[in-house]
Design a binder for this molecule. Structure first.
Ligand SMILES: [Ca+2]
Length: 316
């Protein structure tokens, strides 16, 4: 494990350094303004490229490492944030598993019907998980689920706590009801009832990925306590802690392993079609600090065999 991590950091450093060599010379020769402005411009450009290189490096490494194992867990080298010192600054890299979170796109179907129920259908019961998660976070669960369902469903008939075209059109500035799945998490900020505080509370626990898929399996190796307790009403906080303790020493290698946690035997059976032990969508954050200038890139990348696919890209 330690060798893995050292290898990961080393290769990443090499990738980043290689990408930087060309850039420095280029900027020094291109920019002819006063010295202070030039320096800060160069720092900022260097920071952006360093952050971008960090994403490139992380993608290359994930692409290399993910196929080597049949499960993904928080013991994997990607799960620990990295800090790579650079000549004039540092690059900080962190990777999050999007399968550790609940998908907002699976709470209700395009027909507006909430995904509920107890059969083996993989699309079911996301609504129950959302309601429990929102309640835990002390949010108005029913109204928020109504608003999410209205946002993604095709019709323009508002649910009791939701909103459709008429409400969105009356905003200042006027908005359009989406009536399609969320493409980015940021969209949540314009949905009825989602203040910036609410969005911030949900950010660590919810995702929009996978966007167009009948199911959004939750990885029991990486899901935080809040998501574990939301999976089933019988999973108490102490039972969730037991799951977390168990996977610290023994990561789950298949879904049925969840039943080995004391107290989880019966509950696990009902969860088998909604959980996974292997992840394929990751959110990568790379932040570069160059002489006091901070530049970052956040990207979501899908690894499902073949070339990695960038689902999201934001620079700041
Ligand atoms: Ca709608």
């Amino acid at each position: 494990m330690r060798n893995d991590r050292r290898g990961f950091a080393l290769v990443l450093t090499l990738v980043v350094t290689a990408l930087l060599i060309a850039l420095v010379a280029e900027f020094v020769t291109q920019v002819y303004v006063d010295t202070t402005a030039r320096q800060s411009y160069v720092d900022s450009q260097k920071g952006s490229l360093l952050a971008e290189s960090g994403i490139t490096g992380a993608v290359a490494l994930l692409q290399f490492m993910l196929p080597k194992k049949s499960y993904s867990s928080l013991h994997d080298p990607w799960a620990k944030p990295l800090e790579i010192p650079e000549e004039s600054g540092t690059l900080r890299l962190s990777i999050e598993d999007e399968s550790a979170k609940l998908s907002l796109n699976h709470i209700a179907g395009s027909n507006g019907v909430f995904n509920t129920g107890t059969s083996g259908d993989t699309t079911e019961a996301y609504y129950g998980t959302a309601m429990r998660l929102f309640r835990q976070l002390k949010l108005p669960a029913g109204d928020l689920c109504d608003a999410i369902a209205d946002w993604v469903d095709l019709d323009n008939i508002p649910k009791p706590g939701g909103a459709e075209q008429e409400w969105y059109a009356s905003r200042k500035p006027p908005l359009l009801a989406k009536n399609r799945p969320f493409d980015t998490f940021e969209e949540l900020a314009v949905v009825k009832g989602f203040s910036s505080d609410t969005v911030d509370k949900l950010r660590p626990f919810t995702t929009v990925y996978p966007v167009n898929s009948p199911s959004a399996l939750i990885n029991i190796n990486t899901a935080p306590r809040e998501i574990l307790t939301a999976l089933d009403e019988r999973i108490s906080e102490s039972l969730a802690d037991q799951i977390i303790d168990y996977r610290k020493s023994t990561p789950f290698k298949n879904n049925a392993d969840l039943g080995n946690v004391p107290g989880m035997n019966l509950i696990a059976t009902g969860l088998l079609t909604r959980i996974t032990v292997k992840s394929s969508i990751f959110r990568i954050r790379a932040e570069a600090q160059v002489n006091g200038t901070l530049r970052g890139v956040e990207s979501v990348v899908s690894f499902t065999g073949g070339a990695p696919q960038t689902l999201y890209w934001r620079e700041y």
